[in-house]
Design a protein around this ligand. Structure first.
Ligand SMILES: Nc1ncnc2c1ncn2[C@@H]1O[C@H](COP(=O)(O)OP(=O)(O)OP(=O)(O)O)[C@@H](O)[C@H]1O
Ligand SMILES: [Mg+2]
Length: 460
Protein backbone atom coordinates (compact mmCIF):
# COMPACT_ATOMS: atom_id res chain seq x y z
CA UNK A 1 0.00 0.00 0.00
CA UNK A 2 1.11 3.53 -0.71
CA UNK A 3 0.93 6.22 1.93
CA UNK A 4 0.02 9.73 0.98
CA UNK A 5 0.35 12.76 3.17
CA UNK A 6 -1.99 15.67 2.48
CA UNK A 7 -0.78 19.02 3.80
CA UNK A 8 -3.23 21.93 3.63
CA UNK A 9 -4.43 24.53 6.06
CA UNK A 10 -8.04 24.23 4.94
CA UNK A 11 -9.68 21.45 6.96
CA UNK A 12 -12.48 21.03 4.39
CA UNK A 13 -10.10 20.40 1.54
CA UNK A 14 -7.96 18.08 3.65
CA UNK A 15 -11.00 16.04 4.57
CA UNK A 16 -12.22 15.82 1.01
CA UNK A 17 -8.86 14.64 -0.31
CA UNK A 18 -8.49 12.20 2.57
CA UNK A 19 -11.81 10.53 1.86
CA UNK A 20 -11.43 10.28 -1.86
CA UNK A 21 -7.83 9.05 -1.84
CA UNK A 22 -8.72 6.47 0.77
CA UNK A 23 -11.48 5.30 -1.48
CA UNK A 24 -8.76 4.65 -4.06
CA UNK A 25 -7.03 2.29 -1.67
CA UNK A 26 -4.28 4.59 -0.40
CA UNK A 27 -3.30 5.08 3.19
CA UNK A 28 -3.83 8.76 3.86
CA UNK A 29 -2.49 11.05 6.56
CA UNK A 30 -3.08 14.76 6.91
CA UNK A 31 -1.35 17.79 8.37
CA UNK A 32 -2.43 21.42 8.69
CA UNK A 33 0.92 23.06 8.04
CA UNK A 34 4.58 22.41 7.24
CA UNK A 35 5.75 21.80 10.79
CA UNK A 36 3.06 19.29 11.57
CA UNK A 37 3.91 17.56 8.30
CA UNK A 38 7.60 17.35 9.19
CA UNK A 39 6.80 15.82 12.57
CA UNK A 40 4.64 13.22 10.90
CA UNK A 41 7.27 12.43 8.27
CA UNK A 42 9.92 11.99 10.94
CA UNK A 43 7.74 9.50 12.82
CA UNK A 44 6.27 7.66 9.85
CA UNK A 45 8.80 6.03 7.63
CA UNK A 46 6.48 4.83 4.95
CA UNK A 47 5.18 7.99 3.25
CA UNK A 48 5.88 8.04 -0.45
CA UNK A 49 3.79 10.86 -1.83
CA UNK A 50 3.09 14.29 -0.33
CA UNK A 51 0.33 16.55 -1.63
CA UNK A 52 1.19 19.99 -0.40
CA UNK A 53 -0.44 23.41 -0.40
CA UNK A 54 1.77 26.42 -1.06
CA UNK A 55 0.43 29.04 1.31
CA UNK A 56 0.41 27.92 4.91
CA UNK A 57 1.43 29.35 8.27
CA UNK A 58 3.88 29.17 10.00
CA UNK A 59 5.86 26.98 7.61
CA UNK A 60 4.81 27.28 3.98
CA UNK A 61 4.86 24.77 1.15
CA UNK A 62 8.15 25.85 -0.36
CA UNK A 63 9.99 25.55 2.94
CA UNK A 64 8.43 22.14 3.50
CA UNK A 65 9.40 21.04 -0.01
CA UNK A 66 13.00 22.11 0.61
CA UNK A 67 13.14 20.17 3.86
CA UNK A 68 11.64 17.03 2.30
CA UNK A 69 14.01 17.10 -0.67
CA UNK A 70 16.89 17.44 1.74
CA UNK A 71 15.90 14.79 4.29
CA UNK A 72 13.87 12.29 2.27
CA UNK A 73 14.85 12.74 -1.38
CA UNK A 74 12.82 9.71 -2.51
CA UNK A 75 9.48 11.21 -1.52
CA UNK A 76 7.55 12.69 -4.43
CA UNK A 77 5.99 16.05 -3.67
CA UNK A 78 3.02 17.38 -5.64
CA UNK A 79 2.32 21.06 -5.03
CA UNK A 80 -1.20 22.49 -5.03
CA UNK A 81 -1.20 26.08 -6.19
CA UNK A 82 -3.69 28.76 -7.08
CA UNK A 83 -3.49 30.10 -10.62
CA UNK A 84 -2.16 33.41 -9.35
CA UNK A 85 0.82 31.71 -7.72
CA UNK A 86 2.34 30.79 -11.02
CA UNK A 87 5.82 32.14 -10.17
CA UNK A 88 5.94 30.19 -6.98
CA UNK A 89 4.81 27.04 -8.74
CA UNK A 90 7.70 27.39 -11.12
CA UNK A 91 10.04 27.94 -8.20
CA UNK A 92 8.69 24.78 -6.60
CA UNK A 93 9.42 22.75 -9.71
CA UNK A 94 12.96 24.06 -9.71
CA UNK A 95 13.30 23.02 -6.09
CA UNK A 96 12.41 19.51 -7.14
CA UNK A 97 8.65 19.13 -6.78
CA UNK A 98 7.34 16.15 -8.75
CA UNK A 99 4.53 18.09 -10.32
CA UNK A 100 1.86 20.65 -9.53
CA UNK A 101 -1.89 20.93 -9.65
CA UNK A 102 -3.78 24.18 -10.03
CA UNK A 103 -6.48 25.08 -7.55
CA UNK A 104 -9.39 24.85 -7.91
CA UNK A 105 -8.99 21.31 -9.17
CA UNK A 106 -11.38 18.49 -9.72
CA UNK A 107 -10.89 15.31 -7.79
CA UNK A 108 -10.27 13.16 -10.85
CA UNK A 109 -7.25 15.31 -11.64
CA UNK A 110 -5.78 14.87 -8.17
CA UNK A 111 -6.41 11.14 -8.23
CA UNK A 112 -4.73 10.78 -11.61
CA UNK A 113 -1.75 12.78 -10.41
CA UNK A 114 -1.36 10.67 -7.25
CA UNK A 115 -1.71 7.57 -9.36
CA UNK A 116 1.15 8.75 -11.59
CA UNK A 117 3.34 9.67 -8.66
CA UNK A 118 2.74 6.27 -7.08
CA UNK A 119 3.60 4.49 -10.33
CA UNK A 120 6.77 6.56 -10.64
CA UNK A 121 7.75 5.76 -7.08
CA UNK A 122 7.22 2.01 -7.58
CA UNK A 123 9.06 2.05 -10.84
CA UNK A 124 12.12 3.62 -9.31
CA UNK A 125 12.03 1.20 -6.42
CA UNK A 126 11.85 -1.81 -8.73
CA UNK A 127 14.76 -0.56 -10.80
CA UNK A 128 16.79 -0.12 -7.65
CA UNK A 129 15.93 -3.58 -6.34
CA UNK A 130 17.03 -5.09 -9.64
CA UNK A 131 20.23 -3.10 -9.36
CA UNK A 132 19.63 -1.49 -12.71
CA UNK A 133 21.41 1.66 -13.63
CA UNK A 134 19.88 3.70 -16.36
CA UNK A 135 21.98 3.93 -19.48
CA UNK A 136 23.84 7.15 -19.00
CA UNK A 137 23.91 9.69 -21.76
CA UNK A 138 27.28 11.26 -21.66
CA UNK A 139 27.36 15.03 -21.71
CA UNK A 140 31.06 15.75 -21.92
CA UNK A 141 32.48 18.94 -20.45
CA UNK A 142 33.65 20.56 -17.25
CA UNK A 143 32.96 24.22 -17.98
CA UNK A 144 30.66 25.89 -15.44
CA UNK A 145 27.66 25.88 -17.80
CA UNK A 146 27.86 22.13 -18.46
CA UNK A 147 28.41 21.37 -14.78
CA UNK A 148 25.35 23.40 -13.90
CA UNK A 149 23.32 21.52 -16.52
CA UNK A 150 24.48 18.16 -15.20
CA UNK A 151 23.47 19.15 -11.70
CA UNK A 152 20.11 20.37 -12.92
CA UNK A 153 19.46 17.10 -14.76
CA UNK A 154 19.98 15.29 -11.47
CA UNK A 155 17.87 17.73 -9.51
CA UNK A 156 14.88 17.47 -11.79
CA UNK A 157 15.19 13.70 -12.22
CA UNK A 158 12.31 12.96 -9.85
CA UNK A 159 10.08 15.70 -11.24
CA UNK A 160 7.81 15.80 -14.23
CA UNK A 161 8.35 19.44 -15.07
CA UNK A 162 8.68 20.60 -18.64
CA UNK A 163 12.12 21.72 -19.71
CA UNK A 164 12.95 24.18 -22.45
CA UNK A 165 16.41 23.66 -23.94
CA UNK A 166 17.81 26.57 -25.93
CA UNK A 167 21.04 27.02 -27.82
CA UNK A 168 22.48 27.47 -31.28
CA UNK A 169 22.32 24.67 -33.78
CA UNK A 170 24.59 21.75 -32.88
CA UNK A 171 25.17 22.72 -29.23
CA UNK A 172 23.72 19.49 -27.84
CA UNK A 173 20.04 20.25 -27.23
CA UNK A 174 18.87 16.80 -28.22
CA UNK A 175 21.60 15.20 -26.14
CA UNK A 176 20.38 17.14 -23.09
CA UNK A 177 16.81 16.05 -23.81
CA UNK A 178 17.96 12.44 -23.85
CA UNK A 179 20.01 12.86 -20.70
CA UNK A 180 16.90 14.27 -18.99
CA UNK A 181 14.86 11.30 -20.08
CA UNK A 182 17.35 8.63 -19.06
CA UNK A 183 18.00 10.22 -15.68
CA UNK A 184 14.29 10.49 -14.93
CA UNK A 185 11.69 8.21 -13.40
CA UNK A 186 10.47 7.67 -16.94
CA UNK A 187 13.73 6.16 -18.17
CA UNK A 188 12.13 2.79 -18.90
CA UNK A 189 9.36 4.42 -20.88
CA UNK A 190 9.68 5.62 -24.47
CA UNK A 191 11.49 8.75 -25.61
CA UNK A 192 9.77 10.12 -28.68
CA UNK A 193 11.03 13.01 -30.77
CA UNK A 194 9.24 15.21 -33.23
CA UNK A 195 10.47 18.13 -35.28
CA UNK A 196 7.71 20.71 -34.90
CA UNK A 197 8.86 22.71 -37.92
CA UNK A 198 9.00 19.98 -40.52
CA UNK A 199 5.27 19.35 -40.94
CA UNK A 200 2.30 21.48 -41.90
CA UNK A 201 0.16 22.48 -38.90
CA UNK A 202 -2.62 20.01 -39.65
CA UNK A 203 -0.24 17.10 -40.20
CA UNK A 204 1.64 17.98 -37.06
CA UNK A 205 -1.56 17.98 -35.04
CA UNK A 206 -2.49 14.58 -36.31
CA UNK A 207 1.04 13.36 -35.53
CA UNK A 208 0.92 14.74 -32.02
CA UNK A 209 -2.64 14.00 -30.99
CA UNK A 210 -3.53 11.22 -33.40
CA UNK A 211 -6.60 11.07 -35.59
CA UNK A 212 -9.62 8.90 -36.04
CA UNK A 213 -10.36 6.99 -39.18
CA UNK A 214 -12.07 9.09 -41.83
CA UNK A 215 -11.33 12.45 -40.18
CA UNK A 216 -9.65 13.64 -43.38
CA UNK A 217 -8.74 12.27 -46.80
CA UNK A 218 -6.02 9.73 -46.27
CA UNK A 219 -6.97 8.94 -42.68
CA UNK A 220 -7.75 5.33 -43.51
CA UNK A 221 -7.35 4.08 -40.00
CA UNK A 222 -7.06 5.34 -36.45
CA UNK A 223 -3.68 6.74 -35.56
CA UNK A 224 -2.69 6.96 -31.91
CA UNK A 225 -0.46 10.05 -32.09
CA UNK A 226 2.78 10.77 -30.29
CA UNK A 227 1.21 11.78 -26.99
CA UNK A 228 -0.14 8.24 -26.84
CA UNK A 229 3.05 6.63 -28.11
CA UNK A 230 5.12 8.51 -25.54
CA UNK A 231 2.88 7.26 -22.72
CA UNK A 232 4.85 6.96 -19.45
CA UNK A 233 7.82 8.45 -21.26
CA UNK A 234 9.15 11.70 -22.63
CA UNK A 235 8.03 13.63 -25.69
CA UNK A 236 10.80 15.75 -27.18
CA UNK A 237 9.36 18.66 -29.14
CA UNK A 238 12.25 19.85 -31.25
CA UNK A 239 12.19 23.29 -32.94
CA UNK A 240 9.23 24.28 -30.81
CA UNK A 241 9.50 27.91 -32.01
CA UNK A 242 8.05 26.78 -35.32
CA UNK A 243 4.67 25.77 -33.91
CA UNK A 244 1.67 27.33 -35.62
CA UNK A 245 -0.72 29.33 -33.49
CA UNK A 246 -3.53 26.75 -33.44
CA UNK A 247 -1.13 24.03 -32.43
CA UNK A 248 0.23 26.21 -29.64
CA UNK A 249 -3.27 26.46 -28.17
CA UNK A 250 -3.74 22.69 -28.23
CA UNK A 251 -0.33 22.04 -26.76
CA UNK A 252 -1.01 24.47 -23.93
CA UNK A 253 -4.15 22.57 -23.10
CA UNK A 254 -2.37 19.20 -22.81
CA UNK A 255 0.34 20.75 -20.69
CA UNK A 256 -2.14 22.42 -18.38
CA UNK A 257 -4.67 19.70 -17.82
CA UNK A 258 -3.16 16.62 -19.43
CA UNK A 259 -6.04 16.28 -21.87
CA UNK A 260 -6.33 16.36 -25.63
CA UNK A 261 -8.64 15.53 -28.47
CA UNK A 262 -7.45 13.49 -31.45
CA UNK A 263 -8.11 15.08 -34.86
CA UNK A 264 -11.72 14.31 -35.79
CA UNK A 265 -12.27 12.59 -32.46
CA UNK A 266 -14.87 13.23 -29.79
CA UNK A 267 -13.41 11.40 -26.85
CA UNK A 268 -10.97 13.31 -24.72
CA UNK A 269 -7.76 11.43 -24.02
CA UNK A 270 -5.44 11.77 -21.09
CA UNK A 271 -1.71 12.16 -21.54
CA UNK A 272 0.91 10.82 -19.18
CA UNK A 273 3.90 12.39 -20.83
CA UNK A 274 6.76 14.59 -19.77
CA UNK A 275 7.52 17.24 -22.36
CA UNK A 276 10.98 18.50 -23.16
CA UNK A 277 11.11 21.21 -25.82
CA UNK A 278 14.02 22.71 -27.71
CA UNK A 279 14.61 25.67 -29.96
CA UNK A 280 17.55 27.50 -31.47
CA UNK A 281 15.53 30.73 -31.59
CA UNK A 282 14.96 33.38 -29.00
CA UNK A 283 11.43 32.47 -27.95
CA UNK A 284 11.06 35.54 -25.73
CA UNK A 285 11.57 37.77 -28.78
CA UNK A 286 8.91 35.76 -30.56
CA UNK A 287 6.61 36.22 -27.58
CA UNK A 288 7.13 39.97 -27.76
CA UNK A 289 6.43 39.93 -31.50
CA UNK A 290 3.19 38.05 -30.85
CA UNK A 291 4.33 34.95 -32.74
CA UNK A 292 4.51 32.72 -29.69
CA UNK A 293 1.99 32.56 -26.85
CA UNK A 294 3.32 33.90 -23.59
CA UNK A 295 1.36 31.41 -21.46
CA UNK A 296 2.77 28.52 -23.48
CA UNK A 297 6.27 29.94 -23.14
CA UNK A 298 6.02 29.91 -19.35
CA UNK A 299 4.44 26.47 -19.40
CA UNK A 300 7.37 25.10 -21.43
CA UNK A 301 10.15 27.01 -19.72
CA UNK A 302 9.40 25.81 -16.19
CA UNK A 303 13.01 24.64 -16.19
CA UNK A 304 15.03 26.63 -18.73
CA UNK A 305 18.34 25.17 -19.88
CA UNK A 306 20.65 27.19 -22.09
CA UNK A 307 23.55 25.61 -23.94
CA UNK A 308 26.31 28.10 -24.72
CA UNK A 309 27.91 27.93 -28.18
CA UNK A 310 31.11 25.88 -28.39
CA UNK A 311 33.24 29.00 -28.96
CA UNK A 312 32.30 30.04 -25.41
CA UNK A 313 33.39 26.68 -24.03
CA UNK A 314 36.95 26.67 -25.34
CA UNK A 315 38.19 24.84 -22.24
CA UNK A 316 35.95 21.90 -23.17
CA UNK A 317 36.92 21.59 -26.84
CA UNK A 318 39.87 19.24 -26.28
CA UNK A 319 37.81 17.10 -23.92
CA UNK A 320 34.88 16.73 -26.30
CA UNK A 321 37.25 16.25 -29.26
CA UNK A 322 39.01 13.42 -27.41
CA UNK A 323 35.69 11.79 -26.59
CA UNK A 324 34.54 11.96 -30.21
CA UNK A 325 37.90 10.73 -31.49
CA UNK A 326 37.76 7.66 -29.28
CA UNK A 327 34.22 6.92 -30.41
CA UNK A 328 34.98 7.19 -34.12
CA UNK A 329 38.30 5.35 -33.85
CA UNK A 330 36.53 2.32 -32.38
CA UNK A 331 33.70 2.50 -34.89
CA UNK A 332 35.97 2.93 -37.93
CA UNK A 333 38.62 0.54 -36.54
CA UNK A 334 41.45 3.04 -36.84
CA UNK A 335 44.51 3.09 -34.64
CA UNK A 336 44.17 6.84 -34.17
CA UNK A 337 45.38 7.93 -30.75
CA UNK A 338 45.08 11.71 -30.61
CA UNK A 339 45.81 15.08 -32.19
CA UNK A 340 49.11 16.76 -33.03
CA UNK A 341 49.75 19.95 -31.00
CA UNK A 342 48.98 22.03 -34.12
CA UNK A 343 45.71 20.22 -34.64
CA UNK A 344 44.71 20.85 -31.01
CA UNK A 345 45.58 24.52 -31.38
CA UNK A 346 43.54 24.74 -34.59
CA UNK A 347 40.61 23.08 -32.82
CA UNK A 348 40.81 25.65 -30.03
CA UNK A 349 40.96 28.56 -32.44
CA UNK A 350 38.25 27.61 -34.87
CA UNK A 351 35.03 29.65 -34.34
CA UNK A 352 32.74 26.58 -34.66
CA UNK A 353 29.68 28.09 -36.31
CA UNK A 354 28.18 24.58 -36.43
CA UNK A 355 29.18 23.89 -32.81
CA UNK A 356 29.63 20.30 -31.64
CA UNK A 357 27.93 18.83 -34.67
CA UNK A 358 30.63 20.47 -36.81
CA UNK A 359 33.33 19.27 -34.43
CA UNK A 360 31.91 15.77 -34.70
CA UNK A 361 31.89 15.90 -38.51
CA UNK A 362 35.45 17.16 -38.71
CA UNK A 363 36.74 14.58 -36.29
CA UNK A 364 34.91 11.79 -38.03
CA UNK A 365 36.55 12.87 -41.24
CA UNK A 366 39.91 13.22 -39.52
CA UNK A 367 39.72 9.71 -38.08
CA UNK A 368 38.63 8.25 -41.39
CA UNK A 369 41.52 9.85 -43.25
CA UNK A 370 44.18 8.97 -40.67
CA UNK A 371 45.39 5.38 -40.66
CA UNK A 372 47.05 5.54 -37.28
CA UNK A 373 48.82 7.85 -34.87
CA UNK A 374 47.87 11.49 -34.50
CA UNK A 375 45.37 13.50 -36.53
CA UNK A 376 46.97 16.52 -38.20
CA UNK A 377 45.54 20.02 -38.45
CA UNK A 378 45.52 19.82 -42.23
CA UNK A 379 43.34 16.71 -42.14
CA UNK A 380 40.79 18.50 -39.99
CA UNK A 381 40.76 21.87 -41.69
CA UNK A 382 42.18 21.50 -45.18
CA UNK A 383 45.24 23.64 -45.92
CA UNK A 384 44.26 26.64 -43.86
CA UNK A 385 43.36 25.85 -40.26
CA UNK A 386 40.12 27.56 -39.36
CA UNK A 387 38.78 27.54 -42.92
CA UNK A 388 36.02 25.40 -44.26
CA UNK A 389 36.80 22.74 -46.81
CA UNK A 390 36.18 24.42 -50.19
CA UNK A 391 32.78 23.82 -51.70
CA UNK A 392 32.96 22.08 -55.10
CA UNK A 393 31.62 24.08 -58.05
CA UNK A 394 27.87 23.65 -58.57
CA UNK A 395 26.98 21.04 -61.10
CA UNK A 396 30.13 19.06 -60.60
CA UNK A 397 29.41 18.34 -56.96
CA UNK A 398 27.15 15.33 -57.36
CA UNK A 399 29.43 13.49 -59.74
CA UNK A 400 32.55 14.32 -57.80
CA UNK A 401 30.98 12.95 -54.66
CA UNK A 402 29.80 9.88 -56.44
CA UNK A 403 33.30 9.26 -57.71
CA UNK A 404 34.71 9.68 -54.22
CA UNK A 405 32.24 7.23 -52.74
CA UNK A 406 32.92 4.75 -55.54
CA UNK A 407 36.62 5.04 -54.77
CA UNK A 408 35.86 4.07 -51.21
CA UNK A 409 36.59 7.50 -49.79
CA UNK A 410 34.68 8.64 -46.72
CA UNK A 411 32.35 11.57 -47.24
CA UNK A 412 30.02 13.49 -44.94
CA UNK A 413 26.60 12.72 -46.41
CA UNK A 414 24.60 14.98 -44.13
CA UNK A 415 27.01 17.85 -44.55
CA UNK A 416 26.90 17.47 -48.32
CA UNK A 417 23.13 17.39 -48.36
CA UNK A 418 22.94 20.53 -46.27
CA UNK A 419 25.45 22.25 -48.52
CA UNK A 420 23.47 21.30 -51.61
CA UNK A 421 20.24 22.43 -50.02
CA UNK A 422 21.80 25.74 -49.10
CA UNK A 423 22.96 26.29 -52.69
CA UNK A 424 19.50 25.57 -54.05
CA UNK A 425 17.68 27.73 -51.52
CA UNK A 426 20.14 30.57 -52.05
CA UNK A 427 19.70 30.32 -55.80
CA UNK A 428 15.91 30.40 -55.44
CA UNK A 429 16.08 33.44 -53.16
CA UNK A 430 18.41 35.24 -55.54
CA UNK A 431 16.22 34.44 -58.51
CA UNK A 432 13.08 35.76 -56.78
CA UNK A 433 14.65 38.82 -55.16
CA UNK A 434 14.33 37.33 -51.66
CA UNK A 435 10.62 36.77 -52.01
CA UNK A 436 9.93 33.78 -49.76
CA UNK A 437 6.55 32.95 -51.26
CA UNK A 438 7.99 32.92 -54.77
CA UNK A 439 11.12 31.04 -53.74
CA UNK A 440 8.95 28.38 -52.07
CA UNK A 441 7.01 27.99 -55.31
CA UNK A 442 10.22 27.63 -57.32
CA UNK A 443 11.44 24.92 -54.96
CA UNK A 444 8.07 23.18 -54.78
CA UNK A 445 7.74 23.50 -51.00
CA UNK A 446 5.35 25.35 -48.70
CA UNK A 447 5.88 28.80 -47.26
CA UNK A 448 6.34 27.36 -43.77
CA UNK A 449 8.92 24.95 -45.05
CA UNK A 450 10.99 27.61 -46.76
CA UNK A 451 10.77 29.90 -43.76
CA UNK A 452 12.03 27.03 -41.67
CA UNK A 453 14.80 26.13 -44.11
CA UNK A 454 16.01 29.71 -44.41
CA UNK A 455 16.35 29.95 -40.64
CA UNK A 456 17.80 26.49 -40.25
CA UNK A 457 20.46 27.23 -42.83
CA UNK A 458 21.14 30.58 -41.23
CA UNK A 459 20.41 32.47 -44.46
CA UNK A 460 18.64 35.30 -42.63
N1 LIG B 1 28.69 17.91 -24.42
C1 LIG B 1 28.73 16.99 -25.40
N2 LIG B 1 29.52 15.92 -25.27
C2 LIG B 1 29.60 15.01 -26.25
N3 LIG B 1 28.91 15.06 -27.40
C3 LIG B 1 28.11 16.11 -27.59
C4 LIG B 1 27.96 17.12 -26.59
N4 LIG B 1 27.09 18.03 -27.04
C5 LIG B 1 26.70 17.61 -28.26
N5 LIG B 1 27.30 16.46 -28.60
C6 LIG B 1 27.14 15.73 -29.88
O1 LIG B 1 27.06 16.71 -30.91
C7 LIG B 1 26.08 16.37 -31.88
C8 LIG B 1 25.04 17.46 -31.97
O2 LIG B 1 24.27 17.49 -30.78
P1 LIG B 1 22.68 17.63 -30.80
O3 LIG B 1 22.08 16.92 -31.94
O4 LIG B 1 22.20 17.28 -29.45
O5 LIG B 1 22.59 19.21 -31.04
P2 LIG B 1 21.32 20.15 -31.27
O6 LIG B 1 21.52 21.34 -30.43
O7 LIG B 1 20.08 19.37 -31.10
O8 LIG B 1 21.51 20.57 -32.78
P3 LIG B 1 20.42 21.15 -33.87
O9 LIG B 1 19.97 22.49 -33.37
O10 LIG B 1 21.23 21.25 -35.09
O11 LIG B 1 19.32 20.15 -33.93
C9 LIG B 1 25.53 15.02 -31.45
O12 LIG B 1 26.22 14.02 -32.14
C10 LIG B 1 25.82 14.98 -29.96
O13 LIG B 1 25.95 13.66 -29.52
MG1 LIG C 1 18.58 18.96 -32.54
Amino acid sequence: MISVLVVDDEPGLRGMLEISLRRDGHRVMTAGDGREALNLLAKEHAIQVVLCDLRMEPMDGLALLGEIRHRWPDILVVMMTAHAEWDTAVKAMRLGAYNFIHKPFDLAQVKAMVHRAVAAYRHRLEARVKGETVSAVHLVGTCPAIQAIQLLIEQVSTTDSTVLVTGESGTGKELVARALHYASLRADGPMVRINSGALSPSLLESELFGHVKGSFTGAVEDHPGLFALADKGTLFLDEVGELAHETQVKLLRVLECGEYLPVGGREIRTANVRVVAATNRDLMTQVRAGAFREDLYYRLAVIPVHLPPLRERVEDIALIAGHLLARHAVRLRRGVTGFTPEALEALRRHPWPGNIRELDNRIQRGVALTQEGLIQAVTLFGDAPGNLVPIPAPGTQGDLLLARVKAGEVIDLEGEQTRRERQLVEAALERTGDNLTEAARVLGITFRQIRYKVRQLGLR
